[in-house]
Design a protein around this ligand. Structure first.
Ligand code: AMP
Length: 224
C-alpha cells in the first residue's frame, strides 16, 4: 500500500528530523524541497546564485520552479521498484503549490493520504533554529541543546564536519517566520477543509515528537 504524506509546520518545528525518522520506520522516501534547492545551489548551475540569494534572504523560491524540481524528483522515485510512498518535507509552502501538488500527483497516478501538522510555539522555533547543526555529508540534523552530537562539531554517523545553515542566523529566521505566517500557515485551513489535516503538539523533545508522528501514521495506515 502506498502512503503519501505532507509534513507541515513552521521552520524549526522539527519537520526534517521527524520526517527522517518516520521515513526510515515506514520505508518511505523523504523529499525535502529545501534539500533539492540546496543541491541545485551546490551544483553551481546558472540558477545557483539566484537561489542562494533567495534562501539567504529568508524568502521563498518561485512556485513554478519548485514544482518543476519536485515533479522531476517524484517521477524518478515513483518509477523505482518497491516504491511505497513519499513524505513531503517543506512542500507545499503556498496555496498555489498545494494546488500544483494535486496536479502532479494525479499525473503520476498517486494521491495524498494525509497532512501532518506539527504545532510549535514561536519561542521554541527560534531556540531550535539557532542551535541546529547539519552533517555536511549525510545531512543528519543535530541540535546543540536537545540532541547534541557525541563530539562537538562532528557527525556521530560518519565522522564528517557539522555546519550551521546560513539561513539559521537570527535575521533570516525572523524573515522565514514572517513568510511562513503569511504564505504557508493558510495551508492549515486549506487541508482542514479537505479533511486531510492531522495536528499534534510539537513543543516536546524530538523523541516524543517522533513517537507522536508515528502513532498518527499508524492510525492513518489502519484507516486506509
Ligand atoms: P527548508 O530546508 O525546507 O527550511 O528550506 C530552506 C529554504 O529553501 C526556504 O527558506 C526557501 O527559501 C527555500 N524553499 C524550500 N522549499 C520551498 C518551497 N516549497 N517553496 C519555496 N521555497 C522553498
Amino acid at each position: 500500500m502506498v502512503l503519501n504524506l505532507i509534513f507541515l509546520g513552521p521552520p524549526g518545528a522539527g519537520k526534517g528530523t521527524v520526517a527522517q525518522a518516520v521515513a526510515d520506520k515506514f520505508s518511505l522516501a523523504q523529499v525535502s524541497t529545501g534539500d533539492l534547492i540546496r543541491a541545485e545551489v551546490a551544483s553551481g548551475s546558472e540558477l545557483a546564485k539566484e537561489l542562494q540569494e533567495i534562501m539567504s534572504s529568508g524568502g521563498l523560491v518561485g512556485d513554478e520552479l519548485v514544482a518543476k524540481m519536485l515533479e522531476a524528483k517524484l517521477k524518478a522515485l515513483s518509477e523505482e521498484e518497491g516504491f511505497s510512498g513519499i513524505i513531503f518535507d517543506g512542500f507545499p509552502r503556498t496555496i498555489p503549490q498545494a494546488n500544483e501538488l494535486e496536479n502532479i500527483l494525479t499525473r503520476l497516478e498517486q494521491k495524498l493520504d494525509a497532512v501532518i501538522n506539527i504545532e510549535s510555539s514561536e519561542e521554541n522555533i527560534v531556540k531550535r533554529l539557532s542551535s541546529r547543526w547539519t552533517c555536511s555529508k549525510c545531512k543528519q540534523i543535530y541540535n546543540t541543546v536537545t540532541n547534541p552530537p557525541k563530539v562537538e562539531g562532528v557527525c556521530d554517523i560518519d565522522g564528517e564536519a557539522l555546519f550551521q545553515r546560513e539561513d539559521d542566523k537570527p535575521d533570516t529566521i525572523r524573515a522565514r517566520l514572517a513568510q511562513y505566517n503569511e504564505k504557508t500557515a493558510p495551508l492549515i485551513e486549506f487541508y482542514k477543509e479537505k479533511e486531510l489535516l492531522k495536528s499534534y503538539d510539537g513543543n516536546v523533545p524530538p523523541a516524543e515528537s517522533i513517537a507522536a508522528a508515528e502513532k498518527l501514521i499508524e492510525s492513518i495506515k489502519e484507516g486506509q
